[in-house]
Write a new protein. Structure first.
Length: 293
């Protein structure tokens, strides 16, 4: 049964004093009461909300769905209480995440209304998104991390075998990178790594995959590329890096790369091993070069 407000004189005082944002909407979804905490959260004055539809506070794409949910809730076609997460929009345009807990109530005239209690969870959601991002991405460069990069390689290999299309990978290693950390410090080294990642992404196709394997080593996955096409692509990247000044001292870096093409029946380990051997051959032959397996 809905909650019966048998002592309505006490309710407004309790609502206004509450530190939690609270509103009461009528059967049509129009604001009848908003407490100061609710107004503070959304950035509106009380008179700017009273009499207006509550969906003014949510993104336009969600308004029809929320309006329909409100109607079903008032008619008793939904649970007596609802607890859901929503994105809302403040008066200044800032978007925030909330938990809205709604209860169906009946006033002294027997009219059904909805009381909604709002809890701001914006920071919690930002932290969750950040942790989710870091689970798959390298914090310094923003690239896929080793685990996510290798998982993506397995996906591309499976797709390549299904559709019988070429696939190549490159393992790229920055030459003599330890000297940068030793001479200029790890702060400059980190700045250089982030800049290298940006240069590499700008030179690759939008559907190529770039991951940081660790340290100064990167994995490039080139779907649909033959070995000669992949060699041209990584060679173009190598030349661009030589021409680019990185980090605050204006450093110039080079890279060595080993390339390998997927063979029938290949798994990721075999493909990466061939690319790795090609990389070490590039280093033995003088570095700053791209060597196919």
């Amino acid at each position: 049964m809905p909650l019966n407000l048998t002592h309505p004189d006490n309710i407004p005082r309790l609502i206004r004093a509450a530190p939690l944002g609270i509103c009461i909407t009528d059967a049509e979804g129009l604001f009848e009461m908003v407490n100061p905490a609710y107004c503070d959260f959304y950035g509106y004055r009380e008179e700017e909300l009273i009499g207006r539809h509550f969906t003014m506070l949510v993104p336009e794409a969600d308004r029809a769905r929320l309006g329909e949910l409100h109607e079903r809730f008032i008619r008793g076609q939904a649970d007596q209480e609802i607890r859901q997460e929503w994105e809302v929009v403040r008066k200044d345009g800032e978007r925030r995440s909330i938990i809205a807990e709604a209860a169906r109530i009946v006033d002294e005239r027997g009219e059904v209304k909805q009381a909604t209690f709002v809890t701001d969870i914006t920071e919690r959601k930002r932290l969750e998104r950040r942790l989710e991002f870091l689970a798959r991405h390298d914090e310094l460069t923003g690239l896929l991390n080793r685990r996510a990069g290798l998982a993506r390689l397995d996906e591309e290999i499976a797709r390549t075998h299904r559709h019988d299309i070429p696939l190549c990978v490159a393992i790229c290693d920055l030459d003599h990178f330890k000297q940068i950390n030793d001479r200029h410090g790890h702060g400059v080294g980190d700045e250089a790594l982030a800049a290298v990642a940006e240069v590499m992404q700008s030179e690759l196709r939008r559907y190529d995959v770039l991951a940081r394997l660790g340290g100064e080593e990167f994995l490039v996955i080139l779907p649909g590329a033959t070995l000669s096409e992949a060699e041209r692509s990584i060679e173009r990247l190598r030349r661009r890096l030589v021409e680019t000044r990185l980090a605050s001292p204006g450093l110039s870096l080079t890279l060595s790369a080993g390339l390998a093409a997927l063979k029938e029946g290949d798994a990721g380990d075999a493909l990466l091993e061939r690319a790795d051997r090609a990389l070490y051959r590039a280093k033995r032959e003088g570095r700053n070069r791209v060597t196919p397996a």
